[in-house]
Design a protein around this ligand. Structure first.
Ligand SMILES: Nc1ncnc2c1ncn2[C@@H]1O[C@H](COP(=O)(O)OP(=O)(O)OP(=O)(O)O)[C@@H](O)[C@H]1O
Ligand SMILES: [Mg+2]
Length: 287
């Protein structure tokens, strides 16, 4: 049966905004929340970021669009209510020439099951439109978190760096390269990072593209690792010197010389723990 699509995107000059930090849909085994510096960040965030309400419209007779969350190169993203399963989801609307790329990205994510990777629930194609239904991450992207708070504390950056590397390790073990790592594609579920928009080929902002891709053009696992180093450096800003061994190790120009994900995870874990103890906290900040 053809899905009934009665939704059209409502465009707005107001920038994307997100609210809330509950993060109920992401498993906590992978990412236990703890009181690191980001706690301040998240509580500030929920107070600061409102979200644009929109009149209810229905996709495929099932998903009631409730609020516009933001827009990227491919389309618009909405908070929606799944009337059939009684849960809140995110729905991305893509149109025209970008549909094949968006479909490919969704299929890559759909092949992966990990709490640090977005879950694809459904895909609806209709009359030149593609609707991607996924789990709602109830927090800002890393880009928005960084802009709103000025900088992210190094301890928090170490924590999300570890999350990102664990999720990537899972993808790489399945032979899937992210290829599109940039702050906009790291969503913050409370204090935990969730990867979205796998592309399988590298097309992020220039700051996050590994040097070998600028020369030859094939996305690789080691290219992803370089991008993680660049993400950590950008996120920590002036504090990135504190994470220097990891950032430098991941960002080696020569892919073969780059630090492995396992080593980086270990160093970030050790760094967070040592730092937490030094700051008088007894709870470990990482799993
Ligand atoms: N599953 C989700 N849950 C909550 N917010 C989301 C979800 N997916 C995307 N968003 C938010 O929607 C907005 C638009 O995302 P989108 O992926 O379309 O654009 P982008 O990541 O900025 O750029 P690009 O199109 O290059 O990926 C961003 O603010 C993003 O944080
Ligand atoms: Mg994106």
């Amino acid at each position: 049966m053809k899905p009934s699509i009665v939704v059209t995107s409502r465009r707005s000059a107001i920038p994307a905004s997100l609210s809330g930090m509950s993060g109920t849909e992401t498993g906590r085994l992978f990412c236990r929340e703890t009181r690191v510096g980001a706690q301040t960040l998240t509580s500030t965030a929920s107070a600061m970021w409102g979200e644009q309400r929109m009149s209810a419209r229905i996709v495929a007779g099932r998903y009631v669009l409730a609020a516009w969350l933001g827009a990227g190169t491919a389309g618009h993203v909405y908070r929606a209510r799944d009337q059939l399963l009684h849960r809140t989801v995110a729905v991305k609307h893509v149109r025209g020439a970008l549909i094949p790329l968006a479909l490919r990205a969704a299929r890559l994510s759909a092949g992966l099951t990990h709490p640090g990777i977005i879950k694809i629930y459904n895909i609806i194609e209709d009359r030149g439109s593609l609707w991607i239904v996924m789990n709602l991450v109830d927090g800002p992207s890393m880009a928005r978190a960084r802009h709103s708070s000025g900088r992210l504390p190094a301890e928090f950056v170490a924590k999300i760096g570890r999350d990102i590397l664990l999720a990537l390790t899972h993808a790489h073990e399945k032979g899937i390269v992210h290829g599109n790592l940039k702050p906009q594609n790291i969503l913050m579920d409370g204090n935990c990072a969730v990867l979205t928009d796998f592309s399988g080929n590298q097309n992020p902002g220039l700051d996050f593209v590994p040097p070998e891709l600028l020369r030859r053009g094939a996305a690789t696992e080691r290219g992803d690792l370089w991008s993680v180093g660049a993400l950590l450096r950008a996120a920590a800003g002036a504090e990135s010197a504190l994470l220097y061994p990891v950032i430098d190790g991941l960002m080696k120009d020569e892919p073969a010389q780059r630090m492995s994900a396992a080593t980086a995870i270990q160093l970030l874990r050790g760094w967070s723990t040592t730092n937490a103890v030094a700051n008088g906290r007894t709870r470990r900040t990482v799993v």
